[in-house]
Design a protein around this ligand. Structure first.
Ligand code: AMP
Length: 554
């Protein structure tokens, strides 16, 4: 018998939580409009000493949508948002939707090579980025990349909106003038009050975001998170995390990641709450923001919560206002949950999902504590949320018995319909009987799920995902490298970190430090190998396949 069809986990739900959930909104823009309608004067975005109300954000996203429309942006067009956690991110995302388009968040750590690949796939009609990223990355794209930069480029500075200029984050915050770009602040000033664009309201099946994730092929794929996906999981955050109207969300996770998009921006909108943003994550700055803005909720990778806990100035008072804390994206060591509770008095609830599931498919029900598997020591990632259909596929494709590990297969209103422009990759993972997550787990009798391994070779460095193939591709561009293999190895702080093993061409000489220096400018900082070993030969099977596992253990 299939032990999953009975959904044994439903009896673990917090009282009042339905087995299936009917979303109150059909699209993510409607969630914002409802908040702007009932809470126009209430804070929507807090950024150092600045506060933008829901009315302000509504007006400015109208202005940007109008500006985009005048520059030829049409329904279905993509707006690339290459920003840290700044108010402009939220404004740009809404403007894209108001203009009938799709928002494409781009990791601000991406370098030229990575940005070029995204531009080639998403083909944005406009780009919003930091002036410094324009200077340091966009302007340095190779010829092919430069040809893909849209005509409309809008730049912002971290000095926009706020006057505090926190020295822990900002060394030089003078706005930088960039040729061929327009400044966001000037543009908003010019278009405020202009007639709003007349794009049709988004439909539930319309793509709201392309969120890029990599994969075994090394080429990033844009997961098409629809408005319906987002409206569903925004409500899950509200109902499952017990978020009340105006609760306040602390923006610890990066907004370009699905956790930030759904667990921060949309969780704030659906409760008409302020979202506290602080550029990029700095533990001391984040603690101060929590103390100053007094949010009630956050969700973040465990490494960020650990960094806050271990900050020398951290006191229980810093996180006193928080009522609920969730953590997802990477395995949570159970000992850290206890240390965090001892320090701040808060229990960290595990939550699990992927970009392709628009954030959670599993969570620890509020009021419960996730059990720890006595054999592996793994903390349960929770139980399938309302409306999630989840089962564990054994090697032969059948449903694995209770307690036996296999691949998590998920379906439900939070699962994306596919990847942008990638029918083959879509068909390979979005099967009729569910989305293949690549995560290996088992379910216990009660219905709790435990991740035990990964089918995919992905490295999880503090919640940032690194795909060996991508790093290997860059290693192979070095003229001295004959063979390269990249694996994840244990790291006390990041959970896992990136290790490369290479062999060299005959007569070539190379030091590990040279290879690290080669990789650094060619990829986001979390991806480059932290350890490099140079071997005469890489371990291989008799058929010539490189044995990653041996490299990992050796
Ligand atoms: P992303 O698409 O960046 O959100 O990454 C999704 C992957 O992160 C999943 O496939 C898991 O491998 C991992 N992950 C997400 N949540 C958790 C969690 N709570 N515990 C352990 N790993 C997680």
């Amino acid at each position: 018998m299939n032990p999953y069809s009975e959904r044994p986990w439903v009896k673990l739900y917090t009282p009042g939580q339905p087995a299936d959930l009917t979303p109150g909104f059909g699209d993510a823009l409607a969630i914002f409009r409802a908040a702007a309608g009932r809470a126009a004067e209430k804070p929507a975005v807090q950024y150092f000493d600045a506060t933008l109300s829901y009315g302000d954000v509504d007006r400015d996203s109208d202005a940007l949508a109008a500006a985009l429309g005048r520059r030829g942006f049409r329904a279905g067009d993509r707006l690339a948002i290459y920003l840290q956690n700044v108010p402009d991110f939220v404004i740009a995302m809404l403007a894209a939707w108001k203009a009938g388009g799709i928002a494409v968040p781009v990791n601000p750590m991406n370098r030229e090579r990575e940005l070029g690949i995204l531009l080639a796939d998403a083909r944005p009609a406009a780009l919003v980025c930091h002036d410094t990223l324009h200077r340091d990355v966009v302007a340095n794209l190779d010829e092919a990349g430069r040809a893909l930069v849209p005509e409309t480029v809008i730049v912002t500075s971290p000095a926009d909106w706020q006057r505090r200029n926190d020295p822990r984050l900002f060394r030089d915050v003078q706005p930088v003038d960039r040729p061929g770009t327009e400044r966001m602040q000037a543009l908003l000033a010019r278009h405020r009050g202009e007639a709003p664009v007349q794009a049709a309201a988004p439909k539930s099946g319309d793509t709201a975001f392309l969120v890029y994730t990599s994969g075994t092929t090394g080429l990033p794929k844009g997961a098409m998170n629809t408005h319906g996906n987002l409206a569903f999981n925004a409500q899950i955050y509200r109902d499952w995390c017990g978020l009340t109207e105006g609760v306040g969300v602390l923006g610890v996770a990066p907004l370009f990641h699905i956790t930030g998009l759904v667990g921060h921006i949309l969780a704030a909108f659906i409760t008409a709450s302020p979202l506290a943003l602080a550029f990029r994550f700095d533990p001391g700055v984040m603690l101060d923001a929590a103390q100053e803005r007094r949010p009630g909720f956050t969700v973040a990778a465990i490494t960020a919560l650990m960094a806050m806990m271990n900050h020398p100035d951290a006191t229980a008072g810093h996180l006193e206002s928080l009522k609920t804390i969730y953590s997802g994206g990477a395995p949570i060591p159970p000992a850290v949950v206890e240390q965090f509770r001892a320090k701040f008095g808060h229990y960290i609830h595990n939550i699990y999902g992927l970009t392709e599931t628009s954030s959670p498919t599993h969570a620890t029900p509020l009021g419960r504590e996730a059990p720890v598997d006595p054999n592996s020591g793994a903390l349960s990632v929770g139980v399938p949320i309302s409306g999630a259909e989840v089962w564990i596929a054994a090697e032969d494709g059948s449903a694995a018995p209770v307690g036996e590990a296999g691949e998590i297969v998920s379906s439900g209103p939070m699962v994306v319909p596919g990847y942008w422009n990638k029918p083959a990759e879509t068909a390979a993972s979005m099967k009729p009987d569910g989305f293949r997550t690549g995560d290996v787990a088992f379910m216990d009798e009660a219905g709790w799920f435990y991740l035990t391994d990964r089918k995919k070779d992905m490295i999880n460095a503090a919640g940032y995902k690194v795909w060996p193939r991508e790093v290997e591709d860059v290693l192979y561009t070095h003229p001295a490298v004959r063979e390269a293999a990249v694996v994840g190895v244990r790291d006390d702080y990041r959970g896992e970190t990136v290790k490369a093993a290479v062999s060299l061409k005959a007569g070539a000489k190379l030091e590990p430090a040279d290879l690290i220096a080669w990789c650094k400018p060619r990829m986001a900082a979390y991806k480059y190998p932290r350890q490099v070993v140079i071997l005469p030969e890489l371990p291989k099977t008799p058929t010539g396949k490189i044995l990653r596992r041996e490299l990992r253990d050796g």
